[in-house]
Design a protein around this ligand. Sequence first.
Ligand SMILES: C[S@@+](CC[C@H](N)C(=O)[O-])C[C@H]1O[C@@H](n2cnc3c(N)ncnc32)[C@H](O)[C@@H]1O
Length: 340
Amino acid sequence: MRKNRDKPEQLSSYSAISSYYFAMRSSLNRIENEMTPLPRELTGYLAPDGFLPELTREVGDGVLRLGRLVLCPGPAVDAAWAQNVWHSPRVIAFESIAQAANALKGLGRRWALYDEHLRNRGRAKLIQERLSGPSPKSFRFGTTTPNSPLGSWTLLDDRTLLASARCSSPFAHGDIQFLEDKTGPPSRAYLKLWEVFTLLGQSPKPGQLCLDLGSSPGGWTWVLQKLGARVISVDKAPLAPGLANLEGVDFRVESAFAQRPEKIGPVDWLFSDVICYPHRLLSLVTQWLEAGAAKNYVCTIKFQGETDFETIDRFRAIPNSRLLHLAHNKHELTWVWGKG
Ligand SMILES: C[S@@+](CC[C@H](N)C(=O)[O-])C[C@H]1O[C@@H](n2cnc3c(N)ncnc32)[C@H](O)[C@@H]1O
């Protein structure tokens, strides 16, 4: 039984989720075995909209699922399909809105409310109104990312909240919204590069040589040229008018797969946004890695129909690489490799 308390009680994840579990188990259908002891340490993984099956394949079904947030036992594992990771979330019992807000303020300064799975959002919104939230403005590419941590929280019921003060993304739910350039780039694909450079905290420097494969209509080439890099831009289709003539852009109407390291020579960055089967991209990348011909890679792995988990695992196994599902990725992952 819940007692009246002057201060909200911060229960350990284990005991609180246990109590919550026993109170709510009749309404939960995600717990496979009711007798399974609950974990002492939890991690929450938030799937990008529409990609919960991909995420649960990586992290498992977890002990509790709230919409597209999956709570799993143990510390965080590397999960490409997690758009945000809630480290060590806590369960906090509270009696009033003020108490809940104070409890969250005690844990962290800025909070994002995750409420899309809640049937009634009113109480959660009243709590969130008392907190400092994520920056509401769109993020301007090239400016410093918010460096104060952004926590995430949600309601388990109207007197229990779940909160992680330590999330992997500084953007609410990992969803970075840029102040878009509606006139310069010829397609919205440029947002993927803006996002990856923002997350990496690194981008091509003026004068560096970039190979942009599958570049048409030219969003990525536009980003790279704007950064002052030199770009060998390759596609079978033409670039949008004006882009091929920009200073530093060398556009070639050729196949991406005909670009051999021995022909092009060493590059600082290799980019690929080519529409092709994942295994074809893997062969291309392997060829360049074996030749040691590129210092950094940013490549979109595009899935047609079913997600190709086998090839994902082969990309994942490449040392020093990362796999990300960007907020601007569709049915794709972005593979990133750097010499560090
Ligand atoms: C998603 S679009 C690239 C968008 C581009 N990154 C941008 O920012 O505008 C994919 C491109 O891959 C190109 N492509 C497909 N197969 C190719 C190949 N074998 N060689 C070169 N380009 C190819 C297509 O012509 C298409 O322009």
